[in-house]
Design a protein around this ligand. Sequence first.
Ligand SMILES: Cc1cc2nc3c(=O)[nH]c(=O)nc-3n(C[C@H](O)[C@H](O)[C@H](O)COP(=O)(O)OP(=O)(O)OC[C@H]3O[C@@H](n4cnc5c(N)ncnc54)[C@H](O)[C@@H]3O)c2cc1C
Length: 467
Amino acid sequence: MSGGAGPIAVVGGGLAGLTAALDLAEAGRRVVLFERRPFVGGKAYSFDDPNHHVELDNGQHITMRCCTAFQALLERIGCGEIVRYQDALAVAVIDPSSSGRRVSVLARAEVSWLRRFGPRLLPAPLHLAPSLTMYEHLSTVEKARLALALEPIRRMGESERRALDGESFADFLIAHRQTVRVIERFWDLIVLPTCNDRSAEVSAAQAIQVFQEGFSRESSAADIGNFVRGLGEVAEAALARLREFGGEVQLNAAVSSLTVEGKTVTAIGYGRDRELEVSGVVLALPPKQAMALIPAGWRGREPFWRLGQFEVSPIVNVHMRWDRAVMGRDFVAVLDDDAQFIFNRSKLHGWADEHWISVSLSGAHELAALPQAEVSARVERAVRRALRRSQEATLLASRVIKESEATFRPKPGMGSHRLGARTSIGNLFLAGAWTATGWPATMESAVRSGHAASAAVLEQAGAGGLR
Ligand SMILES: Cc1cc2nc3c(=O)[nH]c(=O)nc-3n(C[C@H](O)[C@H](O)[C@H](O)COP(=O)(O)OP(=O)(O)OC[C@H]3O[C@@H](n4cnc5c(N)ncnc54)[C@H](O)[C@@H]3O)c2cc1C
């Protein structure tokens, strides 16, 4: 069934929409990208702090070497250098509760490392073994137990993994002899920032995908990539490239309706009473916003009713300006709910005279519900506990950014609700980090979903389904 005679409308200027629009424009299609805000980037954007004249991100983002689609997008839009990868995974993990306590003849427990050794020395997953052996935040018995879960995860095939979607990762871990303490001090260190919730709330299938992708296959897969410039540059570069390929962009243009005739979208409504005849539509929106555009008669039907099954999980970021440098490393992980990951923004961005850090708090359901001042005070206390140098320093400014709907909540059972690009409306396609990419809601997932949607559009067009 063919749509109208107009262009393909891509709705949503996040990474998913930008990727889909770029693909389609490069393939020679007429594309119009609609974004309701005055800027693109969606959940990954920067802004100038007017009080301090620095560029801050809505939330500190990282990527990993296994996020190949995202890195390829960066290269394609001429932004490859914005990410600086570690030579080899190395994460300093601070446990403020054991400050200075000597736990063995060799080590103090306050800082311990998770790192990999080179592939020539040890292939995956053994590349992590020496550092796990030396990880001081677990006892020897607890470390020995890790293998009881790591090994089944490494060996698990895709269908076996998918079958675990209905159970929580914590249940899986407990069934594999992991204790609550081991979950909190090791597994959640990785699950929380990648899945944006704790093991008890996350589908086992989703968390296992993260461990398989990051730690079981390529030894370099989990090497962390930090941004050395603001995230806004990525979105702007994608937008510029889209325009070069003839794509049209409508900013400040919220799409408010889809006109569906039979099983075809023929037009979209946007802005103030404007309408555009379209040949196809990619909705690159979070599930709730996508659902709002589905015509009422379709909402209860397959696949659209599934959009209503998604819940959201917040990320809170606290950007802090200090009177002096309070940390030396690029970033650290902290075994403290109110600190989690602390990034040395000044060091990463090369700001010589400013001392900014960014504290990133995933799955921060409790903090997100508190007033900003309280969040700020709690996080300051946590930073002072974690970073010794901050104890003598003065906090000059603190800016809290709550992203209440940062990602979908990957609860047990959600795997079956994540949708592919195609829908039962022939020329209506879906994209977004929440779609069925297999990845948690990340930039990688967003980019993959954009490619999947553009591929589906082009396939449909090739089959004569779009004009
Ligand atoms: C604070 C924070 C930290 C994060 N950290 C990381 C990280 O470290 N690593 C990582 O990989 N990922 C991270 N993520 C997740 C990542 O940013 C997202 O998964 C990804 O950017 C989502 O892209 P998207 O295009 O699917 O959706 P979105 O970015 O949500 O894009 C949707 C777009 O649609 C627009 N829109 C909505 N309704 C309409 C409408 N009716 N008409 C037109 N436009 C509309 C919105 O304004 C938005 O621009 C983080 C997210 C947040 C919020």
